[in-house]
Design a binder for this molecule. Structure first.
Ligand SMILES: Cc1cc2nc3c(=O)[nH]c(=O)nc-3n(C[C@H](O)[C@H](O)[C@H](O)COP(=O)(O)O)c2cc1C
Length: 221
């Protein structure tokens, strides 16, 4: 797959097939992703590849906490308010997802079940968890983590796999810290589900939107 196709065809996958992904493919994706740029070549990312029983335990517990409506406590705080234009965009993607799943906005029960499915990683057989050392200001490390994460997603796409970067996977870091031995001097930044996409699922097929260049590009000539 050429680079342009990978960038255009990658999309967030919100329904995965049950089949497992071979360790070899994940290894190959990470081999590629380690060539992502980072400040001073520091490569601050530390990545846990979680599968098997640990993943199933995490999926169950993360789902349960979501269903109970426990307020999230991510280690990297999520903003509570957004500028209007950005809010319009995230409300837009929320609508597209719910419409593709035929969930009416007012159906609170179905929406909660959907959030629980998200917390269960949409059935993905693998979670990549990205952490960084607490010695680095998270605002700065974010650049590098974002770069390696996008490289992972593109490489996965190139191999026919789907990914979904998931804030919902790090809402309850205490679950992850209990199940996995993550050193206390590391911050859990973000997770990404990875697996075979269910390409027939409407939630993986709806048309996505992007702002036109004139909304965010200023040329200075
Ligand atoms: C930092 C970050 C966190 C995200 N968290 C979630 C999430 O919790 N649930 C979800 O369904 N999608 C999540 N996404 C996916 C975005 O919604 C998605 O990238 C965006 O809508 C653009 O769509 P696309 O990835 O299909 O191009 C996240 C993306 C990023 C970059």
């Amino acid at each position: 797959m050429d680079i342009n196709s990978a960038i255009r065809e990658r999309r967030s996958i919100r329904q995965f097939k049950k089949e497992t992904v071979s360790e070899k493919i994940i290894q190959d994706i990470l081999e590629t992703a380690r060539w992502a740029p980072s400040w001073g070549n520091t490569q601050p990312w530390e990545i846990y590849v979680i599968t098997g029983e640990t993943l199933e335990n995490f999926r169950r517990e993360n789902r349960q906490k979501t269903l109970e409506g426990i307020p999230p406590t991510p280690e990297v705080e999520m903003p509570q308010t957004w500028p209007e234009l950005l809010k319009k965009r995230y409300v837009g993607i929320g609508k597209s997802v719910l419409t593709s799943l035929s969930i009416p906005r007012e159906d609170k029960h179905a929406r909660l079940q959907y959030s629980a499915d998200m917390a269960s990683l949409f059935g993905a057989p693998c979670l990549l968890l990205l952490c960084v050392d607490k010695a680095i200001p998270i605002s700065y490390a974010f650049l590098d983590v974002g770069l390696v994460l996008q490289t992972i997603c593109l490489s996965a796409c190139d191999k026919g796999l789907g990914t979904c970067i998931l804030a919902a996977s790090v809402n309850y870091p205490q679950i992850l810290r209990r199940l996995i031995n993550i050193p206390s001097n590391k911050t859990i930044v973000i997770g990404a589900a990875i697996g075979s996409p269910d390409t027939s699922a409407p939630v993986n097929k709806f048309e996505r939107e992007r702002a036109p260049l004139n909304e965010f590009v200023t040329w200075i000539k």
